[in-house]
Design a protein around this ligand. Structure first.
Ligand SMILES: [Zn+2]
Length: 100
């Protein structure tokens, strides 16, 4: 179980989310990278786990227009391309953060 980030902030001048956890893990994940990593059923085939989303179809200037917490385990992002079905769990974000 990955705990809630102590920092979770959309830094628009960096076009990235800034994330930090209490154990010292910290990272910036670009808006584009996070949008392309969307784990929802519209972006990843639920049966095969194969990615359906074509990264090239994601605008390079993609940005979050709305952020919401889902319970206390995930972040829900509404993106500027209208996509809003992705739930980014803390575990998922932590994996992305650790991957650099
Ligand atoms: Zn998606």
């Amino acid at each position: 179980m990955v705990e809630t980030p102590t920092q979770l902030q959309a830094v628009r001048e960096n076009k990235a989310f800034r994330l930090a956890w209490s154990d010292g893990c910290a990272a910036e994940i670009s808006f584009h990278r996070l949008r392309c990593a969307c784990p929802c059923a519209g972006c990843i085939d639920e049966m095969t786990g194969i990615k359906i989303l074509n990264d090239a179809s994601v605008p390079s200037d993609i940005a979050p227009v709305q952020l919401a917490y889902s319970g206390n385990y995930a972040l829900k992002v509404t993106w500027s391309d209208g996509h809003n079905t992705g739930l980014y769990t803390w575990e998922f974000l932590r994996k992305l953060a650790s991957a650099g």
